[in-house]
Design a protein around this ligand. Structure first.
Ligand code: IMP
Ligand code: MG
Length: 189
């Protein structure tokens, strides 16, 4: 018999916890310091938050930054469609605003193959952004098919299918305050 999916707010049901809430907090605080010392307060830079996954990281990050440091725009981008493997294509909405001659910080949950970030960076370059930097919460320790020069990185994580802190499996587990792998019977690698 299949076990029901666990509630989203506890890490207890994961097969293994790989990143604790304390490690997440410390990494976000460090990234916030790095971002603060990179962007002058009057720069009016744009922050593009890639949904759904980066919402959790971005919310915690922005809570530690001055409100007017960035003009924040959330932007839907996805390459996983209900599986544990990237689909190979990136789907996005229209850019939420003009980026012409703007300084843009792209915020994502995880750098895996790099396909998503690569696609977004191409999009922004074509749309005339004057400066683009990248900020991810996690970098997977794997050969990246698309090399991305990360400007801000929270933590490196093993090359496994992860859930928690924005990372989902079939829409579940994003709310976890830790990151880990699914129990084997739920299809984790
Ligand atoms: P990439 O395009 O392969 O770098 O993957 C980027 C996107 O895939 C991320 O923004 C995530 O939404 C998703 N993703 C990559 N690895 C994982 C994972 O281990 N768990 C859940 N989602 C993932
Ligand atoms: Mg994503």
């Amino acid at each position: 018999m299949q076990c029901p999916l666990p509630s989203n707010d506890t890490c207890d049901h994961l097969g293994e916890i790989l990143v604790t809430p304390q490690q997440i907090d410390q990494a976000v605080t460090r990234v916030a310091q790095e971002v603060r010392s990179t962007y002058p307060p009057d720069d009016s830079a744009l922050a593009l938050v890639l949904l759904e996954g980066a919402r959790w990281f971005a919310n915690d990050l922005f809570a530690q930054l001055a409100e007017d440091l960035f003009e924040r725009h959330d932007f839907k981008a996805s390459s996983y469609h209900g599986t544990t493997q990237s689909s190979g294509t990136v789907q996005t909405d229209e850019l939420p605003c003009s980026v012409q001659n703007r300084t843009v910080l792209v915020i994502d949950d995880i750098y895996d193959t790099g396909r998503t970030l690569g696609h977004i960076l191409d999009l922004l370059t074509q749309a005339g952004a004057s400066e683009i930097k990248t900020c991810v919460m996690f970098e997977k320790e794997c050969p990246h098919a698309h090399a991305i020069d990360l400007d801000f990185r929270g933590l490196t994580v093993p090359d496994r299918f992860l859930v928690g802190y924005g990372l989902d499996f079939e829409g579940n587990y994003r709310d976890l305050q830790c990151v880990g792998v699914l129990p084997q019977h739920l299809g984790s690698s």
